[in-house]
Design a protein around this ligand. Structure first.
Ligand code: 7TS
Length: 419
């Protein structure tokens, strides 16, 4: 398959996964003598040839610094970087002036915490997060609480891992000023109803900051439709390179915010006494950015668009359903998270009497890569009453056969620990 043209597939048909897999060189790897079964895409996804090629082409043909060179390469680099901003804006249906390049989801959320929430909040105000947040959307708000003296409260979860509606009603009211919520949980796979939460929050004048790290790789995300004020996601979880991430901020809000990091590129006029800030989004991009990464992210977006996000959503949902069904047959296995349409991308589970690290290690011997641990969600682990879980997570290149390999591997774990 040509690296410039990812597998173009008819919009109405399901994914032809075996064709897509040929675009991902790493999927040909053999691990511990077995073909690799990569079920850890929630940690980071694998990359298609077109992304790898875009990065190397950037260095071969266009490398220069952005926004400053008067020479041809400087123009090419600037085009690659600003073109990537346009691609991101189109992909998530957002105003490009609101698209800030950051290193990852974590940095985007810290930017909102320090440049938006910290100057705004004080004693008597409240931030609300949820009990299912990744540490990236929890620790920054604890910092703001400690810096400003505001309160921090958490929306509770139902037994099956959804947001508790009474708790939502109780907390989305004064003195809450900001809601921090994940779009998709990286442990439970729960898809939170962001549009409804935003509507409810906005009625009360509450600003909404969404962690989109696990949503953008799995479903079409339309930021105009969702209406969130801030939305952060990582390039490396959506087929793009590590070191790339995006913070979308509503331009009216970004415009009023002070910078997060200061130095080159983010200034307008500097004297020895004072500095004025550049326009948004450049005000939030201090120093030389990851230009090669942006070129890679563009290629990832073009790949995802060619495959079609609607079909990727269907594939993720079907594979998750199939895995939930198949895992329910494994003796001694407990699954976490809801069943239903508001669920995607991954399954977390425990095998009775076996530590998740042992599960992960035995699966690795079978070539099956999963993640075992607290998944950067220690408060959620406490809610679930466990120290850790094993998690299998999916991407557009995963198949039912691979889920079957996981189930067979778990049979092996049970044989070793129970027989
Ligand atoms: N938010 C969610 C919901 C995540 O799943 C992750 C990463 C992050 C934020 C942070 O992303 P980063 O790119 O800034 O690191 N989650 C995981 C995971 O589940 N396993 O490894 C990383």
């Amino acid at each position: 398959m040509s690296v410039a043209e990812p597998a173009q597939q008819a919009a109405s048909k399901p994914l032809d996964v075996s064709r897509l897999r040929a675009d991902f060189p790493i999927l040909q790897e053999v691990v511990n003598g077995k073909p690799l079964v990569y079920l850890d895409s929630a940690a980071t996804s694998q990359k298609p040839e077109s992304v790898i090629q875009a990065i190397s082409d950037y260095y071969r043909f266009s490398n220069a610094n952005v926004h400053r060179g008067v020479h041809a390469l400087g123009e090419r680099a600037t085009e690659a970087f600003e073109g990537a901003r346009e691609d991101v804006a189109r992909f998530v249906n957002a105003d490009p002036r609101g698209v800030v390049f950051v290193r990852n989801t974590t940095e985007g959320l810290n930017l909102v915490a320090q440049a938006f929430a910290r100057p705004l909040l004080g004693p008597g105000d409240r931030i609300v997060a949820t009990e299912m947040e990744h540490h990236s959307n929890l620790v920054p708000w604890q910092q703001v609480r400690d810096q400003t003296g505001c309160e921090l409260s958490y929306i509770k979860l139902t037994e099956d891992g959804r947001l508790d509606q009474d708790s939502v009603e109780g907390l989305l009211r004064p003195p809450t000023r900001l809601l921090a919520v994940t779009h998709v949980s990286n442990v439970l796979g729960t898809i939170n109803p962001i549009r409804e939460l935003v509507e409810q929050a906005h009625e009360q004048g509450i600003v909404v900051c969404v962690d989109g790290a696990q949503a953008v790789p799995h479903m079409p995300v339309d930021l105009k439709d969702l209406g969130a004020d801030f939305y952060s996601f990582s390039g490396h979880k959506m087929l793009g390179p590590t070191g790339t991430g995006v913070l979308y901020g509503r331009p009216e809000l970004l415009d009023k915010m002070p910078p997060f990091l200061t130095g080159g590129s983010m200034i307008s006029v500097v004297t020895l006494e004072k500095t004025t800030w550049n326009e948004i989004p450049h005000r939030f991009e201090a120093g030389t950015p990851d230009i090669a990464g942006a070129a890679g992210l563009s290629a990832a977006i073009r790949y995802l668009e060619a495959v079609g996000m609607e079909r990727i959503r269907q594939h993720s949902a079907e594979l998750t359903d199939y895995a939930q069904e198949a895992l329910s047959e494994v003796p001694g296995l407990t699954q976490y998270g809801p069943r239903g349409e508001d669920r995607t991308g991954m399954v977390s589970f425990n095998l009775e009497g076996v530590h998740p690290h042992d599960v992960g290690t035995i699966l690795d011997r079978e070539g099956v890569a999963v993640r075992a641990g607290h998944h950067c969600c220690q408060p959620l682990m406490r809610q679930l009453g466990v120290a850790a879980t094993t998690r299998a997570s999916f991407c557009l290149y995963n198949t039912r056969d691979e889920v079957d390999c996981l189930v067979r591997g778990l049979g092996e774990v049970n044989r070793i620990f129970r027989d």
